[in-house]
Design a protein around this ligand. Structure first.
Ligand code: GLN
Length: 490
């Protein structure tokens, strides 16, 4: 029974825990063993604290033993791993950067607090592109992450450690963050599910900021049920983050089967043009056919602003990043250059030595578009374009409940293939950035395998705060296909 327990869903494990067929300590030990066995190959984790994690598991077991509804939530005792930019008190918080090497978080993020409140067992700190900038997890200052389906390929990024660890059974659930696709793109590359929540659905308190108007934390897991359960725990308004929205939280898990009735779905024509890999296109066409034969009406819609999404994103996100990352100056946090001789030196040498190439590129771009001579023509212009992108999206959504689209133009690519060409790397997010620019929710779930045995992801975009609808549509597809039971043979 203990065999392959690491591939069971949180949903099944929760039932097993409550029936006492397994304890949280046994489950957590299996996860720790699996991680130790695999992580030299995959590189999902930047650090972990076995003793602390096992203590949390033992506490969960004690709660369940007390009986009488002792469990704090269905996820009590389930291991959940955090991307290394979500603060967990007493644990490292490096953001995959040298500049935060040895930095220990003095407090918990709101999502971390909520996971504790639900009894989750917090397992390890997950590898990522430095400060969440990248699409391959090769920008980690520590080491790259490898795709568990084929270790010569990237797992996607920036939440590559989150996706790879979930896919490989090194954890049950994970949190990632998504500024332009960083939950959905690695989920697609690793064959798992990932939800980018609507802007304001999840607190960003304790999330190290990349681009504050785009960032959202979201759940990653091997099934739609699992991410619905995790989303239930982390979603909701927070007085520590004034950008969270007051909304009534539905029962995401309970409502999964509820929306499966004849919805009208849109297919954005701009997402199916040149550059889309034929195998990805074919998988999406099959998925669209599935929805059609299930009784949904599927219509073509147009997102005319699509070609402006990437340029506007790279103005807005770099501008916000250059301002957010100004705080890493060698004085307030973490690393300080040993070569610094005076105050100015501390700033410039610390930042020069502490940040990697991609982060410096973004800071320079962002500083440029915010400079007084360029502000109007770049930054303000991009903000106006962003409004048009939002209007365009809302117009396309008028007659439909959701959009069906590919998550990425291709399946995972080989390590090193795009690392030297930032523009090629940026284009990985061409289908995912839209949701961040609009502030709406979108999910990626597996919908096929390529002839090279790499997963293909389908994206479902919803209206703002309609997570339950896209989760349901995803669940409908998942229930009729076997992808959630496919695991990499590693
Ligand atoms: N890959 C995109 C970028 O590098 C998105 C990153 C993200 O969502 N954090 O900006």
């Amino acid at each position: 029974m203990i065999e392959e327990i690491f591939f069971k869903s949180a949903h099944e494990l929760s039932a097993m825990l409550s029936r006492r067929e397994v304890s949280s300590v046994e489950l957590t030990k299996a996860i720790i063993e699996r991680t130790k066995q695999l992580d030299s190959k995959i590189g999902s984790f930047l650090s972990f604290d076995e003793g602390k994690t096992l203590k949390e598991a033992a506490e969960s077991d004690a709660r369940r033993k007390r009986g009488g509804g002792g469990a704090l939530s269905p996820l009590d005792g389930i291991p959940v791993s955090l991307k290394d930019l979500v603060a967990e008190k007493g644990q490292p918080l490096t953001c995959g950067s040298k500049i935060l090497e040895n930095f220990i978080s003095p407090y918990d993020a709101t999502v971390t607090e909520r996971l504790r409140g639900a009894g989750c067992v917090l397992w390890g700190r997950l590898n990522m592109d430095e400060f969440a900038m990248g699409s391959s997890s090769e920008n980690s200052a520590y080491r790259a992450v490898f795709n568990p389906w084929n270790i010569n390929y990237v797992p996607g990024g920036s939440s590559g450690g989150s996706a790879a660890s979930v896919a490989a059974g090194e954890t049950i659930l994970a949190l990632g963050s998504d500024t332009g696709g960083s939950i959905r793109q690695p989920a697609a590359f690793c064959g798992i599910c990932g939800l980018k929540p609507s802007y304001g659905a999840v607190s960003r308190y304790g999330l190290v900021a990349f681009a504050s108007s785009l960032d959202q934390i979201g759940p990653m897991g091997r099934s739609v049920e699992d991410i619905a359960s995790l989303f239930q725990v982390i979603a909701g308004t927070d007085k520590k983050d004034s950008s969270t929205f007051h909304f009534k939280k539905p029962d995401y898990l309970g409502e999964l089967p509820k929306f499966q009735f004849l919805q009208k779905l849109g297919v954005p024509v701009e997402y199916f043009q040149d550059g889309l890999d034929p195998e990805v296109r074919a998988a999406l066409e099959r998925a669209i056919e599935f929805y059609r034969s299930a009784g949904h009406e599927v219509v073509e819609v147009s997102l005319e602003m699509t070609k402006y999404v990437m340029p506007a994103y790279y103005v807005i996100s770099t501008a916000e990043a250059s301002s957010n990352l100004a705080r890493f100056d060698g004085i307030r946090y973490g690393f300080r250059s040993k070569a610094a001789k005076n105050a100015i030196d501390i700033y410039s040498k610390t930042r020069g030595e502490g940040f990697g190439e991609e982060v410096k590129r973004r800071i320079m771009l962002g500083t440029y578009v915010l400079s007084s001579e360029n502000f109007e023509s770049y930054y303000r212009h991009a903000q106006k374009v962003r409004t048009l992108i939002r209007d365009d999206f809302m117009r396309a959504m008028e007659g439909v409940s959701a959009l069906i689209a590919p998550t990425t133009p291709t399946v995972a690519f080989e390590l090193g293939k795009k690392k030297l060409d930032p523009l090629q790397m940026y284009l990985c997010d061409i289908f995912t950035v839209q949701a961040n620019m609009v502030g709406t929710c979108a999910i990626s779930i597996p919908c096929g395998m390529s002839s090279t045995n790499l997963p293909i992801g389908m994206q479902i975009l919803g209206k703002p705060f309609k997570e339950q609808e896209i989760l349901s549509l995803a669940y409908e597809f998942e229930s009729a296909h076997g992808y959630k039971d496919l695991h990499p043979n590693i």
